[in-house]
Design a protein around this ligand. Sequence first.
Ligand code: LMR
Length: 335
Amino acid sequence: MRIADFVAASLSAALLVIAPAANAADPIVIKFSHVVAPDTPKGRAAEKFKALAEQYTDGKAKVEVYPNSQLYKDKEELEALQLGAVQMLAPSLAKFGPLGAREFEVFDFPCIFSDTASLHAVTQGQIGKDLLAKLDPKGIVGLAYWDNGFKIFSANKPLKTPADFKGVKMRIQSSKVLEAQMRSLGAIPQVMAFSEVYQALQTGVVDGTENPPSNMYTQKMHEVQKNATLSNHGYLGYAVITNKNFWEGLPADVRAGLEKAMAEATEYANEIAQKDNDDALAGMKASGKTDFFQPSAAERGALCKAMESVYTDMADRVGGKDFLDKVRTAAGTAN
Ligand code: LMR
């Protein structure tokens, strides 16, 4: 056999091994990777989506959910989605900066939403739609917003007034607005992947953090945080995203089934989020490991006021004051 023939024969044999011809009956596999525990709002909603998607596509799609950073950590999962190594993610809105979609950090502004209705006025309205559309040029389709909840501060000392934050090392998600928020309080922000937070708190690499109760409880952070402040000072929630090439290459009937499943999973996510957070808080209170401080309206107001400089310093980060004002107006929190 000539060398060229031999090489050609070996190559086609190798290709057969790596890329076996897809059997028409093989389901389309959707890997859905995320970083939180299965028993959180996002974890449960991902499982709900799996069940509905497999049902509505008559098994033509198979969803594999990988929780707890099993496959990828925060930053890696976004790269994996763009490369097509996974097909679906639901990163927190604070993690879209590295994709170049900085406008999403508008959700990180301190005290920008007064409650869930004020949040939904943005996520479920035109602004929410326009934001998801901004992902399109990045090769990503934004499918939905899933709620988690409002964040509480925690540390190994009481954080009751702005002065208490001075010099405290606080873990944050990868958002410049969150960095500015911590600096406005005199704290020292440190970006860190979610999967590393428990150990960093345990070993004192950082002193404290912020998260909704569901994340704090399911990662057992309350076991290594003596104090928490029920400040609800900021919001943490998700955008469910998929790879655009993958999504647009799906057979129309499969995509329609997945869209229906996503709409119902989204309703479910937003229904359970508040209760999950309430239950998590009750669980942590019952464990007796963390002392929870409930600020009065005036005490919470003082924290919000201390963080107000973020609005002037970071308006440009999210596309300018006009956009920021538009979001505040929709949220009902404009000054
Ligand atoms: C965090 O990193 O604190 C959160 O974004 C984790 C998550 O996905 O809820």
